[in-house]
Design a protein around this ligand. Structure first.
Ligand SMILES: CC(C)(COP(=O)(O)OP(=O)(O)OC[C@H]1O[C@@H](n2cnc3c(N)ncnc32)[C@H](O)[C@@H]1OP(=O)(O)O)[C@@H](O)C(=O)NCCC(=O)NCCS
Length: 170
């Protein structure tokens, strides 16, 4: 568990939260937050989350505010080929642009690196400019455009990053 002091919020007040592992015990809260984050039919089923969180190959993080409420989550999975896969990431709308996604991704990369992962991949909608910028800022590069990757028929980009060893840079 790690106390994070991220950027100030919109009213200029300092933000304090707790970064910690995301586990099956958090299932209900995760599912409810996901429904608020992904509003256009992209939210995961509760059972999908249950299966993911039960998988021993996941590296998952959440951030809780000072009242103990979950405000951000991210799930990474070490795939069969040894590549770390960021499967989902979301931040409550009222807590965005405070570096919470960046903090969670860096922590998951550390978790991956500790378990021998050297390459991380993720997918992003081609029109999700905010997420693309986040990933590019963290060193991910687009390697492929995937036609009709999403069930809605939208295209996605495959983005990849090489991670070398454990970085403690946040
Ligand atoms: C994408 C998402 C996870 C980003 O979370 P966040 O906590 O707001 O992101 P951060 O504050 O860590 O952003 C880090 C950097 O990424 C970029 N970024 C993040 N959101 C951005 C946006 N909406 N527009 C432009 N740049 C953005 C910025 O460069 C930002 O740095 P800055 O604030 O210093 O300029 C969040 O907007 C979200 O939950 N969106 C809905 C779900 C989603 O799209 N998930 C990703 C699916 S691939």
């Amino acid at each position: 568990m790690k106390i994070v002091r991220a950027s100030t919020n919109n009213s200029g007040l300092p933000f304090k939260g707790t970064l910690c592992p995301l586990t099956l015990m958090d299932l209900n809260e995760l599912w409810l937050l996901d429904l608020r984050v992904f509003t256009e039919g992209e939210a995961y089923e509760r059972d999908t989350f249950r299966q993911l969180l039960a998988n021993p190959k996941i590296v998952a993080r959440q951030i809780r505010n000072t009242e103990g409420k979950m405000i951000a989550f991210a799930i990474g999975l070490i795939e069969e080929d040894g590549v770390g896969h960021i499967t989902t990431i979301g931040v409550a709308p009222e807590h965005r642009r405070r570096s919470l996604a960046r903090i969670m991704l860096l922590s998951i990369e550390q978790g991956f690196a500790i378990r021998g992962v050297t390459t991380v991949r993720l997918e992003v909608r081609t029109d999700n400019m905010g997420a693309r910028q986040l990933y590019e800022q963290l060193g991910y590069t687009i390697t492929q455009r995937m036609r009709r990757y999403y069930s809605t028929g939208d295209d996605g980009y495959l983005m990849v990053k090489a991670i070398n060893g454990v970085s403690w840079g946040f």
